[in-house]
Design a binder for this molecule. Structure first.
Ligand SMILES: *Cc1c(COP(=O)(O)O)cnc(C)c1O
Length: 578
């Protein structure tokens, strides 16, 4: 089966998390979902990519909420043998001077018209490894700093080696976020000069050649999103794989680098920073194409990392994956070819209004049914429904809507409102967990006037149910920290407009009153809800068809553009084929 993937040179797409499918819990949030959509679009468009990630056998986690509204984390262990095929290739990565063996599983992302993209899931859970090394690829974003650096060594060093062991021909390497930056170091090792060819002080590496092969996408302006490792830790884990610090001598024999030789410590500090190993800086230094995930984010990133040119390729979502059943059927009937060419969705204006509202009503019923099963609460079909779901973390500001519960009640007394919430907090993010608890408190405070439900265990399936089944998709991040955001784009494929703070993709996607609405703070959020959004929803604005008009604007303008096919066509022409 592998043979067919070896014929074409491929772009190796490295990502710490990839949302391959709902049954494989190897993703934590937007980054992984984007990686999955990237590979799904590549399969649809016939772009030769190969995904490289960790197998993360223990998954991220399943979320339960206890009676007090506190998040409880349960293991999300999955069995790779059920979904993927074990390959017989095996390579070793040196960690603290012992070999850690790395194997791989093959999962093939395919579609109904024959497109296929292989994904390699790296796995250290092999009998030849020490018990603790067998767990290096178990926990996504778990463990301490040392655990994380080991994972990044397996991903970066191990990924490049296993691609070669499997005979893949790689035309370029795409680092999806800085977690995979060590692949650049591995390539430097591969493309090194013999010492005889060097002049004094010259680096023994062909950096221009490595740069020519590497592309880097940065995904967040949030500080915690950029890995940094103290050099003491780097020296301990790399051990004799680096030379040139303390009293260590360069290796004898005149061959400083070489494919399996140690790496010169000064190259790490030159590319990754002198104080600590900054993976974002390393990735920036090793790549000749760097981009942010929306125009605003590229500007912010350029300011964060002066001296590097950061371009913008705005994210998108996968058309088929993020359209619910009723909208797939609607588009199939009225916009044939939309799955390959989502630009065609601009033809939404030719679809009868009732067909759009019927498709949405079906999606809303499906959500209402799920809410009933999960929470016992029955939502009302006719009531305007606000949705908010994302990783629960401070900059996403999930509490903004609840700033003034009395004001919110007053608005809802006039025009009914109900609210559906979801989202996981990282197990180490105490702030995020507090947010979940306080959302539950607000739900109780509002209960006499507004039904507010929090759905546990946000995942791909729940995300689709929510973005399609609510009427309005709310997003209130603290600018400029939302690099892109993608759930609003998913909502767009289902005709659901966003009510959002101007940040990330919304700066490009918002046409006020046409594709949704912009808000600044709690006051403007209440203002707009009360005087613009709810009147339009209930047809009190003197414009009975106004709401369907917005639904069509969302589909014909936003879904037609903010999709991962457009995004991948841009990566192909601007990043991969340069
Ligand atoms: C799309 C998605 C996200 C990211 O949504 P944002 O709007 O970017 O915050 C996170 N988790 C899941 C399960 C998703 O489907």
């Amino acid at each position: 089966m592998l043979d067919e993937f070896l014929r074409l040179p491929r772009v190796a797409y490295f990502s710490m998390e990839i949302a391959i499918r709902n049954e494989i819990p190897t993703y934590a949030g937007g980054l992984g979902v984007l990686a999955g959509d990237t590979l799904r679009s590549a399969a649809d468009l016939g772009l030769p990519l190969v995904g490289v990630t960790l197998v993360s056998r223990a998954g991220y986690f399943h979320q339960e909420i206890d009676a007090a509204g506190t998040q409880v984390e349960r293991p999300a262990t999955w069995d790779p043998a059920r979904w993927a095929r074990q390959l017989d290739a095996k390579i070793a990565v040196r960690v603290e001077d012992r070999p850690v063996w790395v194997g791989a599983w093959l999962y093939v992302i395919g579609n109904s018209y024959g497109g296929k993209v292989p994904v390699l899931l790296l796995d250290t859970d092999l009998p030849e490894n020490r018990p603790d090394d067998r767990e290096i690829t178990h926990h996504l974003y778990g463990g301490d700093e040392a655990y994380r650096l080991k994972q990044e060594m397996v991903l970066g060093f191990g990924g490049v080696r296993i691609l070669r062991a499997l005979d893949f021909e790689i035309s370029s390497y795409h680092m999806n976020e800085g977690h995979s930056a060590l692949l650049g170091v591995e390539l430097l090792r591969r493309y090194s000069y013999a010492a005889d060819d060097l002049r004094p002080g010259e680096m023994p590496y062909d950096l221009p050649r490595v740069r020519d092969m590497c592309r880097f996408t940065t995904h967040t302006p949030v500080d915690a999103g950029h890995d940094r490792f103290p050099y003491d830790l780097v020296k301990r884990l790399f051990a004799s794989s680096v030379y040139g610090y303390d009293d260590r001598e360069p290796p004898k024999g005149g061959q400083p680098g070489g494919e399996h030789g140690p790496i010169d410590f000064t190259v790490l500090t030159a590319l990754g920073g002198t104080q600590e190993l900054n993976m974002t800086r390393l990735a920036l230094s090793a790549s000749d194409f760097v981009n942010g995930v929306a125009k605003r984010h590229a500007e912010v990133s350029s300011r964060m990392y002066p001296g590097y040119q950061v371009r913008a390729i705005t994210n998108g979502v996968h058309p088929y994956t993020w359209s619910t059943q009723s909208f797939r059927a609607l588009y199939d009937r009225h916009v044939p070819g939309w799955c390959h060419e989502p630009e065609l969705l601009l033809r939404v204006y030719g679809i009868p209004d009732e067909a759009i509202t019927d498709a949405h009503a079906k999606a809303k019923q499906a959500l209402i049914e799920r809410v009933r099963v999960l929470t016992g609460v029955t939502l009302q079909e006719k009531a305007a429904t606000l949705g908010f779901a994302r990783r629960m973390t401070a900059y996403k500001r999930p509490e903004m809507l609840f700033t003034d519960v009395n004001r919110l009640k007053a608005i809802a007394r006039e025009r009914p409102l109900q609210i559906v919430l979801a989202g996981k907090a990282h197990p180490h993010d105490g702030e995020g967990k507090k947010l979940i608890a306080s959302l539950h408190r607000h739900a109780r405070e509002l209960a006499d006037v507004i039904r507010v439900v929090f759905l546990p265990d946000y995942d791909l399936e729940l995300a689709l149910l929510m973005v399609a089944g609510v009427d309005i998709w709310l997003n209130t991040p603290l600018p400029p920290f939302e690099a892109s955001g993608t759930s609003g784009m998913k909502a767009a494929f289902n005709g659901v407009p966003s009510l959002s703070v101007m940040d990330g993709w919304w700066v490009e996607g918002c046409i006020e009153g046409v594709t949704g609405w912009a808000v600044e703070d709690a006051a403007s959020l209440y203002e707009k809800l009360e005087h613009v959004v709810l009147p339009l929803y209930y047809g009190y604005s003197g414009n009975a068809r106004g709401w369907v008009r917005v639904m069509k604007g969302v589909i014909g303008i936003n879904a037609a553009y903010f999709n991962s096919h457009r995004m991948m066509r841009r990566y192909a022409t601007e990043a991969y084929l340069r």
